[in-house]
Every structure is written in structure tokens, then in C-alpha cells.
Design a protein around this ligand. Structure first.
Ligand SMILES: [Zn+2]
Length: 110
């Protein structure tokens, strides 16, 4: 049973994950704006004007999320350095130590 963890690392991991999902959901209104809003009057330029900044935000927020550290072992939470293909951006438990922050929070409350 693992209950000890660094609360600051957990807070940073949660924020980076929330930011990533918020940017991902932002793709829908960005696509709508890119298709509907005639800024320059030419389709590819309007589309790129809106979607390139969104893609940059998506890349940076994804990179930030993937580099967030495990609150228990301080290793990257979602991927294993030096081993491509061993990562999981949707992981709910650390890919190194198996630490599940939600379970630890539940156990800490009870
Ligand atoms: Zn860990």
C-alpha cells in the first residue's frame, strides 16, 4: 500500500494533464472558427492562422504532460526514458512504480 507522495508533484501532474485535455477540447471551437471565420479571405491561410497556434499549444501541453513526474518515485509518470514505446499518455498509474494518485488520495482520506 503506497500512501506517501509529494503533493507538489501531484498538483503539477494534475494541472499539466488538465491543460492538455483543455487544449485538446479547444480543437473543436478552433476548427469551427478556422472554417467559418473569413480573416484573410483565402481558405488555407485562414485555416492555418487558427490551427497552427492551436497545434503549437497542443504539442507544448502534451510535452509538458508527458514530462510531469511521478509524485512517488519522481520519474516521468507517463513514459520510460530510453525505451520508446513504453509510454502511455492515458496511464492512470505511474509506468515505473505503479503508483495510482487517485487510490492514494482515497486512502489518505479514509
Ligand atoms: Zn512512480
Amino acid at each position: 500500500m503506497i500512501t506517501e507522495f509529494n503533493a507538489n508533484l501531484e498538483r503539477a501532474r494534475r494541472r499539466s494533464r488538465l491543460l492538455f485535455w483543455a487544449v485538446l477540447l479547444l480543437s473543436v471551437p478552433c476548427l469551427f472558427i478556422a472554417i467559418r471565420l473569413p480573416l484573410t479571405g483565402t481558405f488555407p491561410a485562414d485555416f492555418l492562422l487558427v490551427m497552427v497556434p492551436w497545434a503549437a499549444m497542443f504539442f507544448l501541453s502534451g510535452k509538458r504532460m508527458m514530462n510531469s513526474r511521478c509524485p512517488h518515485c519522481s520519474m516521468p509518470f507517463y513514459w520510460v526514458p530510453g525505451e520508446p514505446g513504453k509510454g502511455n499518455g492515458l496511464a492512470r498509474a505511474c509506468v515505473h512504480c505503479g503508483f495510482d494518485p487517485r487510490r492514494a488520495a482515497t486512502e489518505a482520506r479514509s
